[in-house]
Design a protein around this ligand. Structure first.
Ligand code: GLC
Ligand code: GLC
Length: 811
């Protein structure tokens, strides 16, 4: 069952009922100002940091769900409704929500009045624009009362939800014409405020939530709206809101457009006030003046549209499979941009108050983003690397506002450093910009400890080299990619964080997954050293890699698959000798991607075991059998009920690793089959089971042990986006950036008789045609570049050439 459909021409997902299984959301904003918006106009806005600069309030875990948003009430006689159905939930005669790239359009119709609400964040201003167009489609004159509503957050979202003894006293506003200023704490240390304004004269306003709602009433039937009259309330403490009242008299067929703007304004300290006690409004007025006329808003909207067309034009495919094409050309890349911007900070499942940017998360997000805006990827790499410690380890998270490492969680996740190599290598292969390696980057954000980025990579590499356990495999530390495999933690205290507790530094617990990573990304480091002419360092690195490869093939092999780890007592984890948790997905994917066991058959065996033991119709589970009870020696992974999260759900992030691994072995049918299982556009058909948005990946899907097998959770902010894009673009379609240029190495199902790709790469346009009339799964039989046959499958760079025509014949 579906709750909407894709409109490929407009690059939109069109939702046709407000009653989706869960709120289905979109992201507005690209750089500094962001909003989340659901299909019923729920959500909130923030500037740069969802914790520290929250503009509007949102109630997570609310009942009914999804409160609050930017709400527009329409009072038509005694009927009060919202174009997005919430919060009044008045039945609409017609409803659609169109989520597009950086914008959302919600349309509702009731009793002959239609309302279309277009919400977007312009490219160049820190604000959300809401254009509300009302049309009288009836044969009578309509006298309508329109009320807007946003509820302000008192900036720090954690304080806002906890520190009531203070908060109820601090709230302040100023009203100036049609502009409502939220100025809480501006009197003291803040030099920023929010403004919510409309481009027309107003009948009245409210800024006090209590006045707007009335005693013991909520946003579903606020007194102001039901009475058709604002109270011109001024908030003193309690809960400041912004609400305008506008009266419209519409002839049959008449249309009116209103422009509302919610903006974040920052003033230099010395220009905070225009008169004693009066905030300086000049910057706010300048911004608002840019969205006064419809044409201005239309222009900003068109700019946004062109921006996205330009970005998506950098990689597009035509395969003839419309689901595949829409994922590759639009939605997967779109989600990659969102995860790049927000890491794991603010979604409908991440409150925006906890983790800022994850080190490993952001490094991986880059893998799917770097081709879109390489210059932003470059800056991100330098920011991330600057949080690294001198010994190569890394803060696990950092705050986007300060860009400083987060000491609450600290360090000790031993996979983290290697992800830095992964993303720098991806950046270099994409751009050829080797100058980044010479950039001076501090350790621990300390300007006195500055070293070139290349030195950061060396320390990442050596971090693993110098931390190995009894089997010669890398030590796991607090955890590796799997945050919940906590082999040194032994927690018995309810509520204690598994992420920070480590009360047994065994120096024994080892990770086969990190071993795989080390062989793969260590190998990329060695290639890089060779490329730079440092053959001695390359040889040293390769010798270290060989040791770990050998250790993996011997001590990391269980007979039919790769082991997952050794615990603090040296007992194997993810072995047939275990009662539960006998096989894990991560090392099978990562080790095969690294090439371990490819020559001697271990890789084939490992992937067969994955197919037999972990695959389901909804994707590949993380482990089997699921853990049925808590094991202190394994940690958080066993805290989840069977089938959920790391305990044997389908964790979408690592499914592409299996697909990539199948491609490494040349299994095009299997690679594509695995890709499809979790791919949103294919999953759309059973949205009532899957429940999250059918246009983006979710973090997990309940596994076969769960009562809700097939149900997804934690949509949007997941490494699944980047990894699936890497998988489909580089492994399956096989358009792979290398240090010397593009390599073409498709691995596709036999029925796919060919495809074309347009890709912008290092400033040139590549038009690639792949012919698979032969119906093979892998193998380039012949290739021509610009009409000339070439040996091999590499497109060498030619000076000053802006267009490459590449014809590939598989066979
Ligand atoms: C979450 C984390 C990610 C981790 C994964 C597996 O998605 O953001 O860093 O690798 O869970 O535990
Ligand atoms: C929990 C989650 C895991 C996440 C971690 C860090 O352990 O299960 O997915 O990575 O928290 O927040």
């Amino acid at each position: 069952m579906q709750y909407g459909y894709f409109n490929d021409d407009l690059r939109e997902y069109v939702i046709t009922t407000p009653r989706t299984p869960l709120p289905w959301i979109n992201y507005l904003g690209n750089r500094d100002f962001f909003s989340l918006i659901s299909n019923t106009a729920g959500g909130y806005s923030f500037y740069k940091d969802a914790k520290l600069r929250r503009l509007t309030r949102y109630r997570y875990n609310a009942c009914p769900p999804d409160q609050n948003g930017r709400y527009y009430y329409i009072k038509d006689g005694s009927c009060v409704w919202n174009p997005g159905w919430q919060p009044t939930q008045t039945e609409l005669d017609r409803y659609t929500c169109r989520h597009g790239l950086g914008y959302t359009v919600i349309s509702g119709e009731k009793n002959g009045v239609s309302a279309e609400l277009t919400c977007f964040v312009p490219l160049n201003d820190p604000c959300e624009v809401n254009r509300l167009v009302l049309e009288n489609r009836s044969a009578e004159i309509k006298d309508l009362d329109i009320f807007s509503l946003v509820e302000f957050c008192l900036w720090n979202a954690v304080d806002d939800a906890t520190n009531f003894q203070r908060n109820y006293n601090t709230g302040e506003v100023e009203v100036d014409g049609s502009a409502i200023y939220h100025i809480t704490e501006y009197r003291e240390r803040r030099n920023h405020y929010a403004v919510f304004a409309v481009n027309t004269a107003i009948e009245g306003f409210d800024t006090s939530r209590d006045a707007f709602c009335g005693p013991y009433r909520g946003f579903s039937s606020p007194e102001t709206v039901c009475n058709g009259c604002s109270k011109n309330s001024i908030a003193h403490g309690w809960a400041p809101v912004g609400s305008h009242h506008i009266r419209l008299h519409l002839q049959p067929g008449e249309k009116r457009s209103l422009l509302f703007v919610l903006a974040y304004i920052e003033n230099p300290l010395e220009e905070k006030w225009e008169a004693p006690g009066v905030i300086a409004k000049i910057r706010a007025k300048e911004l608002l003046a840019r969205y006064r006329e419809d044409q201005q808003a239309e222009f900003a909207f068109a700019e946004l549209h062109n921006y996205w067309s330009g970005l998506l034009n950098r990689f597009s495919v035509c395969t003839g499979d419309e689901k595949l094409d829409r994922m590759v050309n639009v939605w997967n890349q779109y989600q990659c941009m969102v995860t790049f911007n927000l890491s794991r900070s603010a979604s409908y499942f991440e409150s925006g108050t906890g983790r800022g940017m994850g080190f490993r998360d952001s490094c991986q997000d880059l893998l799917g983003f770097v081709h879109l805006v390489p210059s932003r990827a470059r800056q991100r790499i330098l920011d991330i690397a600057a949080t690294q410690f001198e010994d190569g380890s890394a803060y696990h998270q950092y705050q986007p506002l300060t860009k400083k490492g987060n000491s609450d969680i600290g360090s000790g996740f031993n996979d983290d450093p290697l992800w830095l190599i992964a993303c720098v290598s991806a950046y270099l292969r994409e751009t050829g910009d080797f100058s980044i390696l010479q950039e001076n980057v501090p350790f621990q954000n300390d300007e006195k400890k500055v070293r070139p980025l290349l030195e950061h990579l060396r320390r990442s590499f050596d971090f693993t080299v110098s931390r190995k356990g009894p089997h010669g495999l890398p030590l796991i530390g607090r955890a590796d990619w799997n945050d919940c495999l906590n082999l040194n933690c032994f927690s018995t205290e309810p509520g204690e964080s598994f992420q920070t507790c480590s009360n047994m530094e065994s120096r024994k617990a080892e990770s086969v997954f990190i071993a795989g990573m080390f062989v793969k990304y260590g190998g990329e480091y060695a290639d890089l050293c060779d490329w730079l002419g440092d053959t001695a360092e390359a040889a040293r690195a390769r010798a270290e890699i060989e040791k770990v490869r050998t250790a993996t093939e011997t001590s990391g092999w269980d007979g039919e698959w790769f082991l997952r780890a050794y615990d603090a007592f040296g007992k194997p984890v993810g072995s047939r000798t275990c009662e539960e948790g006998q096989i894990y997905i991560e090392p099978q994917g990562m080790c095969v991607m690294a090439g371990i066991g490819v020559e001697n058959g271990l890789a084939d065996k490992a992937l067969n075991s994955v197919m037999e033991r972990l695959e389901t119709p909804y994707g590949v589970m993380l482990l089997q059998p699921a853990y049925t009870c808590y094991h202190a020696e394994l940690g958080e992974i066993t805290s989840y009920p069977p089938g959920y999260k790391e305990n044997a759900s389908i964790f979408c992030h690592n499914n592409p690793w299996i697909s990539c691994a199948e491609a490494v072995l040349g299994h095009g049918e299997r690679a594509f089959h695995i890709y499809r299982l979790t791919c949103p556009a294919y999953v759309e058909a059973f949205s009532e089971i899957h429940r999250t948005e059918p246009y983006v990946y979710s973090q997990t899907v309940a596994g076969s042990d769960a009562k809700t097998f097939g149900e997804a959770k934690n949509s949007w902010l997941t490494g699944s986006a980047a990894w699936n894009f890497v998988n489909i673009s580089q492994y399956i379609l096989g358009i792979r950036p290398g240090l010397e240029g593009l390599e073409i190495d498709p691995c596709i199902p036999r029925w796919m008789k060919g495809f074309t790709v347009h890709r912008v790469y290092r400033g040139a346009n590549y038009y690639i045609t792949v012919d698979n009339t032969a119906g093979v799964e892998k193998g380039v039989a012949a290739m021509k570049v610009n009409g000339r046959p070439v040996a091999g499958n590499r497109v060498l760079l030619e000076n000053a050439r802006s267009e490459y025509n590449v014809e590939v014949i598989m066979g």
